[in-house]
Design a protein around this ligand. Structure first.
Ligand SMILES: NC(=O)c1ccc[n+]([C@@H]2O[C@H](COP(=O)([O-])OP(=O)(O)OC[C@H]3O[C@@H](n4cnc5c(N)ncnc54)[C@H](OP(=O)(O)O)[C@@H]3O)[C@@H](O)[C@H]2O)c1
Length: 318
């Protein structure tokens, strides 16, 4: 594989470090008006809610009075997080592995059994792989974890009206999407010779943004809100695992978990009107979804992404 030229790497860091690091957060936050979080009476579901950005958003939701249900794989980690939160209503949790759609179908059964209706859904689980790892369902792990499982969740919760008519859905995407053009047929690459981890990640993150645009148009008759956001560069476990050199270089200026979750909580609280059909929110502001000339493709519609994702979904036989 060809190595990225050093000049390109330097340009990348010069362009993005001031904005995506804690420096950008501090400079922008000087101008923010902070209203208190009042989520009393609301129910939230947060995927990847036991650590990192998801846990920070879940904590603020619960401290603001919401009943928060966190989802992740490790029950012990979920229990420890739930116990650490001091909130009017205890944080509860459900386990599911988002790399398996069977787990998401089972999670949906448990959500139905709880009888809850949701005010806020935060689709936060996200991973990046260096090599394709094929699941027992025959799909590429990061594709299922980052986008297919979340699509299944949103689609089913909307169809079954478990998401309230004025609910907010917030997809935690990434600035990593900016470098990648959407090619729906490349969302699930299982062939190691064609697989590039950052591309698989970036394409799934772009799909999250396009899918929010799809649901915004489909559900326009309701007051539901559909947002995609990105958290900037945050010092979390997954970034330490997947990008150790990046962390070593920027550790002192990475955002903490609360700063990474800030725009999620802002969107849940303020429900701002989005002007563009397709946008990504960052530091409380709506931003465009293309910054490079090679990524826009007017021939690929959000509907095409949805059709591709739907083609991978097979409900389990009961
Ligand atoms: N950190 C950054 O700088 C950064 C930048 C841009 C975008 N993002 C996005 O922000 C989101 C959160 O990232 P993070 O850095 O906060 O991650 P993190 O600290 O590693 O937290 C990951 C959370 O997801 C859960 N999780 C991981 N794999 C899972 C799976 N297969 N099924 C269910 N739950 C799973 C983890 O719990 P278990 O291990 O118990 O399952 C944990 O609760 C991701 O979508 C990421 O792409 C992060």
């Amino acid at each position: 594989m060809a190595k990225t030229p050093l000049s390109k790497i330097i340009k990348f860091y010069i362009r993005f470090t001031p904005s995506y690091s804690a420096i950008g957060y501090h400079l922008r936050s000087i101008f923010w008006r902070n209203r208190p979080n009042d989520f009393a009476g609301q129910t939230w579901l947060v995927t990847g809610g036991s650590e990192g950005i998801g846990a920070a958003a879940a904590r603020q939701g619960a401290e603001g009075g919401a009943q928060v249900i966190c989802v992740a794989r490790d029950a012990a980690k979920l229990a420890a997080f739930a116990q650490s939160v001091r909130s009017p209503q205890p944080v509860t949790y459900l386990t599911a592995d988002f790399s398996r759609t069977a787990d998401v179908y089972a999670l949906l059964d448990r959500i139905r059994a709880c009888g809850v209706r949701l005010d806020v859904l935060i689709d936060n689980v996200g991973i990046q792989k260096h090599q394709p790892v094929i699941t027992d369902e025959g799909l590429e792990t990061s594709f299922v974890t980052n986008i297919l499982s979340h699509h299944l969740l949103v689609k089913t919760l909307l169809e079954e009206k478990i998401l309230k008519d004025d609910a907010a859905v917030i997809e935690v995407s990434s600035g990593g999407m900016y470098n990648h053009r959407m090619i729906p047929d490349d969302l699930n690459i299982t062939d190691a010779s064609r697989y590039l981890g950052p591309r698989a990640y970036g394409m799934a993150k772009r799909a999250q943004v396009m899918i929010m645009s799809y649901w915004r148009s489909q559900q326009a008759h309701l007051s539901q809100k559909f947002y995609a956001m990105h958290p900037g560069w945050v010092d979390t476990a997954s970034v330490n695992r997947s990008m150790p050199r990046f962390v070593a270089l920027l550790k002192s200026v990475l955002r903490n978990h609360e700063k990474g979750a800030d725009t999620i909580v802002y969107l849940a609280r303020e429900r701002p009107r989005q002007k563009r059909d397709e946008a990504i929110w960052f530091d409380r502001k709506e931003r465009g979804t293309h910054i490079y000339a090679h990524t826009p493709d007017p021939g690929v519609r959000p509907q095409d992404v949805v059709n591709k994702l739907d083609s991978f979904l097979t409900p389990p036989a009961h």
